[in-house]
Ligand binder design. Structure first.
Ligand code: SR1
Ligand code: MG
Length: 407
């Protein structure tokens, strides 16, 4: 067939065989649609007899979690395929391997990583991942620094900017992360218990909103590096000794802080969630400590590796001037704190929430957690110029966990 159609579990096996002849004649096939993201279909097809499996991810021509009322360009599948190939190369395989991309069906056939678990789920089950900090900082430093003007030939870099122009998905982020959560927008998904609180603490605070506006315009205009564009804990697969980053369809040239901040925000929200949800004191405190250490280390190891790789790979003459690399990195970390705050607020009141906060079972604890989340986010944004180290990030978290319950 040479026309796009929406795949389902009854057509997926024949589709895969037609594209790749992946499974043998004696296969015992099981197909499931496992997509739990907001945009696409994801099929896992397993041959139980021969222990072989594959993932097919297909773009729908609309936003899956909203429906056909919100059309969305299916070419995002091609953007994702293009960036996965670059990231695979730059990181020695810290993303899934692509077997084939189909430009008619906007479908990518790729490595099945089901021996891993989505990090958000793993953290909510209080699991720990000893290789995570090392691997995710390798991923971020390599994909971000090596695609920047510091290292790349500037004309080639501009070609990549062109290739990864991603207006529709950027528009989603501009609206859902940087705009709508900061007023009572129709598309927001707001619990009744937090409306008045948002009016008092966010929507009527123009001084604060000015800081968010500055961060929004940095996101829109600072073509610093080729970003993943949605690097939260739902876009990361983990197991004991392995980390794999998935779902980079929001990729574009933007500020490095956007990737680092998205990750830090989602770690911090897991901390807040753990405090509210885990009843067993020993398990709760151990996991909170693990999350704080992970947060601190992600920042500090990122900085250390960034400076080292900068020295090894810098090509721009002016970027070699003493003091430049420290200045460049300091601004990335400051803006990382700003992005951390924006991501935390949008996951509390914007269209797309996170299980970490929404799944807190007791209503009063959920309300308190979400209010702490918003106030902490404000501190990250307003105080960002003083946030320079991993310790500075966790000092903000600790500050909230020493104060009395929020009124
Ligand atoms: C309509 S898309 C909502 C969110 O899902 C994606 O994972 C991105 O985070 C986006 O903001
Ligand atoms: Mg996604």
């Amino acid at each position: 067939m040479s026309e796009y159609y929406v795949l389902d579990t009854s057509t997926i096996f024949d589709y895969i065989q037609g594209e790749l002849n992946y499974f043998g004649e004696d296969s015992e096939i099981q197909c499931n649609e496992i997509g739990d993201g907001n945009l696409n279909l994801v099929f896992r097809v397993v041959d139980k007899k021969n222990n072989k499996s594959i993932i097919v991810k297909q773009s729908l021509p609309y936003v899956r979690c909203v429906g056909e009322d919100w059309p969305l360009n299916i070419n995002r599948a091609e953007i994702e395929k293009n960036i996965l190939e670059i990231e695979y190369e730059l990181t020695d395989g810290l993303v899934p391997k692509i077997y084939k991309f189909d430009p008619v069906m906007y479908a990518t056939l790729m490595e099945d990583l089901s021996d891993h678990v989505i990090m958000r789920t793993g953290l909510l089950e209080l699991n720990q991942y000893p290789r995570f900090v090392d691997q995710i900082t390798n991923f971020m430093v390599k994909t971000l620094l090596l695609t920047s003007d510091v290292v790349m030939d500037h004309q080639q870099k501009k070609e990549l900017v062109k290739k990864f122009i991603n207006p529709e998905l950027c528009d989603i982020t501009e609206a859902l992360v940087y705009t709508e959560p900061f007023y009572n927008a129709e598309r927001n998904n707001i619990d009744d218990f937090i409306i008045e609180f948002m009016e008092g603490n966010v929507w009527n605070d123009n001084e604060f909103k000015l800081e968010v506006a500055k961060l929004k315009f940095d996101f829109m205009t600072n073509a610093q590096a080729l970003l993943h564009g949605d690097l939260h804990t739902g876009s990361i697969f983990v197991k004991e000794d392995s980390t794999k980053v998935i779902d980079p369809e929001f990729a574009f040239y933007g500020p490095i802080s956007y990737d680092v901040g998205a990750l830090i925000a989602n770690l911090v929200m897991n901390y807040i969630s753990t405090d509210s949800m885990v009843e067993d004191e020993e398990k709760r405190e151990a996991h909170k400590e693990y999350i704080l250490n992970t947060t601190r280390e992600v920042i500090d190891v990122f900085k250390e590796k960034f400076l080292r790789l900068f020295d090894e790979t810098v090509t721009d003459e002016m970027a070699k001037v003493p003091g430049f690399k420290e200045w460049y990195l300091e601004n990335i970390i400051i803006d990382t704190a700003g992005v951390t705050g924006c991501e935390m607020i949008r996951r509390t009141v914007g269209l797309a929430h996170v299980k970490d906060l929404d799944d807190i079972p007791e209503l009063d604890k959920k309300a308190e957690a979400k209010k702490i989340n918003v106030l902490m986010a404000k501190e990250f944004i307003i105080g960002r110029k003083e946030i320079k180290t991993g310790q500075d990030f966790i000092d903000i978290v600790n500050k909230f966990y020493k104060q009395e319950a929020i009124a």
